[in-house]
Write a protein that binds this ligand. Structure first.
Ligand SMILES: [Zn+2]
Length: 149
């Protein structure tokens, strides 16, 4: 007898978000909205919210020079990765930075850059495990809004 079940996906949902602590009111609100918008499927409701989040990146409030006039600029970077003793350059496209309109200083976001490093390392591992080409280009716009391509 053959196994019956879902067909194997080429892009399986194998990752999990951490548990989120909620108040009673927040839990009720999410579950009701999931019913109203996604037939009660909370996972699909959250995916839908993230996909539809079109907010612009908010610049930092102030620069070390004292100015509060900053803007977000998107720049290209290079990340170096070591694979089996060989160094590869991974081009990063559209990385958000804060630029001070007063002194011109460019300020990166440590948390964002740590996450980008984590994504690149995970992508390298995925590509090596699936015999896909390395290096590759990582465009942050594509990662953040894949449905807008
Ligand atoms: Zn400044």
């Amino acid at each position: 007898m053959s196994k019956v079940g879902r067909p194997k996906s080429s892009n399986p949902r194998e990752f999990h978000l951490p548990d989120i602590r909620l108040t009673r009111e927040e839990k009720r609100m999410i579950e009701l909205k999931a019913i109203l918008h996604e037939k009660g499927n909370v996972s699909q409701y959250i995916r839908s919210l993230v996909e539809n989040d079109r907010r612009e990146v908010t610049p930092l409030k102030s620069c070390s020079c004292g100015s509060t006039d900053l803007k977000v600029v998107y720049k290209d970077d290079i990340k170096h990765v070591d694979i089996g003793g060989s160094s590869f350059e991974i081009p990063l496209k559209s990385v958000p930075y804060n630029e001070c309109n007063e002194c011109g200083e460019e300020l990166g976001d440590l948390r964002l850059h740590a996450k980008i490093d984590e994504i690149v390392d995970e992508e390298v591992t995925h590509r090596l495990n699936h015999k896909l080409p390395v290096p590759f280009t990582l465009n942050l716009f594509d990662v953040i809004s894949p449905s807008q391509i």
